[in-house]
Design a protein around this ligand. Structure first.
Ligand code: ZN
Length: 279
């Protein structure tokens, strides 16, 4: 897709958002943190080396990843979220994301308008799901951080255990697979469902950003359905590889064949205005 075509579609996108009563945003795989930059944190790297040598410490890896997410600032994802926020902030929006990394919270989105059904790193749960109890993760995360800072070794820590059955406690998110305790997001999911019901007969602009096919029943398929049934909907699918539009949506759908993170970073309204101002 050449630059002119992207700019044309970006212009349509901004027009549709401006004109919309409601904006539905779905965020998927292209936004998932890949932890590639973890090598920039020597403390975390030496902790990971300790795990390499002593595999009984493998339980600590997600806690180190969480630490990385807290400390890693100003990455490209953060920038993309801030641009996205600027696009939708004045609208009646709702964001659904399959990300568990919480980087979206670096932009000032209203938490009441974001749902993350795949969980995150806020709560711990029993790895065996002996019950549905959730425990805040902060205290233990702080202990891990202190051990890293003091350089006392991860083996100075005791793995957190379920107070009910004694099995490991793990972060409550989709990485628990079939044992994932889904209570954590249920209330917000209800709010999302109600909001969606309110989009009927409204001018709805749908942005599907970097959503692939690993979890198609969370965003990709439901969004297609919403777009199909809403006569006033416009639908933007932005994705480097899976940008094709279904035939049913060809009338109201716009495909942008580009990584959605890069698209947001490089083709926002303010950037364009600046560029035009210079030329
Ligand atoms: Zn348990």
């Amino acid at each position: 897709m050449d630059e002119t075509e992207i700019i044309e579609k970006q212009t349509i996108l901004v027009e549709k958002i401006t004109d919309a009563d409601m904006v539905l945003v779905g965020i998927g795989e292209e936004f998932h943190e890949d932890f590639k930059e973890i090598h920039r944190f020597p403390n975390l790297m030496s902790a990971l080396e300790e795990v390499d040598i002593n595999e009984t410490l493998e339980w600590a890896i997600p806690f180190l990843e969480h630490r990385f997410l807290i400390e890693h600032k100003d990455g490209s994802l953060e920038e993309a979220y801030k641009k996205l926020y600027e696009l939708v902030k004045d609208k009646n929006y709702f964001v659904i994301t399959t990300c568990i990394d919480e980087i979206i919270q670096r932009a000032p989105f209203d938490n009441e308008r974001v749902v993350a059904p795949c969980g995150n790193y806020q709560m711990l749960q029993c790895s065996e799901k002996c019950c549905n109890t959730l425990y805040p993760s902060k205290d233990f995360s702080d202990l891990v951080n202190q051990a890293i800072l003091d350089n006392v070794g991860l083996d100075s820590l005791e793995e957190p255990k379920c107070p009910v059955c004694g099995k490991s406690l793990v972060y409550s998110n989709i990485l628990c697979e079939q044992n994932y305790v889904e209570e954590g997001y249920q209330k917000q999911w209800e709010n999302y469902t109600k909001w969606l019901q309110g989009t009927l007969n409204k001018k709805l602009c749908i942005l599907e950003l970097g959503v692939e096919l690993n979890l198609p029943n969370i965003i990709r398929w439901p969004f297609e359905k919403v777009a199909f049934y809403n006569q006033k909907a416009s639908f933007f699918r932005i994705n480097a590889s899976l940008y094709q539009m279904t035939e049913e949506l060809s009338g109201k759908g716009v495909s942008i064949a580009m990584n959605a993170v890069d698209f947001l970073r490089e083709y926002t309204l303010s950037d364009r205005t600046e560029t035009e101002g210079l030329s």
